[in-house]
Design a protein around this ligand. Structure first.
Ligand SMILES: [Zn+2]
Length: 278
């Protein structure tokens, strides 16, 4: 597994690669625009060229993007659905411009209309967008904690989308250790059972693994990320995951809180120190 972090794009998208290098990241996740806004100024040619030049040296296939938190492709509210589609297309287009191969997104919330309603709408919208735009970027649906009416807290939800989409070859999965644990997958006590399950269902569609500790109980359905080693999962879990040969090519990305005046460098080093010699 590659070890890296979600880095800031403050000052320009290319700056994230500088942060990644100074933190010792082997892989990187970024937002392609402000994640709490629907719209942003288009990327300039200069933004794009500077990013690609640095990304080629860093390793372009070790970079992924994370979607805006506003997007809900299964919303029953017409205006939210329309804005979500527009924002999704804009962010996927930014990934294409920056040559980023993976775009991570939460499956969305059905807001009371039911899981089947939500999943069908998600498949329809993904298919509509891919058939119109033919994006090369692979969409990675992230496993979630299952707060409220959020979909994605069961492997079956993501499997359903892959099975029913006409573009299944362009859809993969992003695991998140804090979310999986909150959703009831006991990575602390049944590590192999959980990882075997996801590998048997998704195989090499597992491209990204968010490496987050958590202080919320297994099955609590509460989404809280904790500093590596300071949560319930603990260093024992992270040692297993960074040394797991089945996850060899996966991008391991920190999305944890950091201490004052720290960057991700400290936690990246903690994870690297858990690697056993081959
Ligand atoms: Zn995550």
């Amino acid at each position: 597994m590659f070890i890296g972090a979600h880095e800031s794009i403050a000052g320009g998208v290319y700056k994230s690669i500088n942060f990644a290098i100074s933190d010792g990241d082997e892989c990187l996740q970024i937002f392609v625009k402000n994640a709490s806004r629907w719209k942003a100024k288009p990327l300039t040619v200069n933004d794009i060229n500077r990013f690609i030049e640095k990304a080629r040296i860093f390793g372009i296939d070790r970079i992924c993007a994370h979607s805006s938190y506003l997007i809900n492709l299964c919303s029953p509210r017409k205006d939210t659905e329309e804005k979500s589609i527009e924002c999704f297309i804009d962010e996927m287009s930014r990934c294409e411009q920056l040559k980023i191969p993976y775009y991570v997104m939460h499956p969305g919330s059905h807001l009371g209309e039911g899981e089947e309603y939500g999943l069908k709408k998600l498949v329809n919208n993904i298919d509509k967008i891919y058939s119109e735009y033919n994006f090369d970027v692979m969409l990675l649906l992230e496993t979630t904690a299952g707060q409220g009416t959020n979909l994605g807290y069961k492997w079956e939800h993501i499997h359903y989308v892959i099975e029913h989409s006409k573009f299944s070859e362009k859809i993969g999965i992003c695991l998140d250790s804090a979310h999986l644990y909150a959703a009831g997958y006991d990575l602390k006590n049944n590590y192999d059972e959980v990882i075997d399950l996801f590998i048997s269902k998704f195989g090499d569609k597992i491209k990204v693994f968010h490496l987050n500790d958590t202080n919320k109980n297994c099955g609590s359905r509460v989404d809280r990320h904790e500093y590596i080693g300071r949560g319930i999962l603990g260093l024992e879990f992270f040692e297993k995951v960074v040394n797991d040969k089945r996850l060899g090519g996966v991008l391991g990305v920190l999305e944890t809180p950091i201490d004052n005046d720290e960057t991700y460098k400290v936690q990246v080093e903690i994870l690297k120190s858990l690697r056993r010699e081959l």
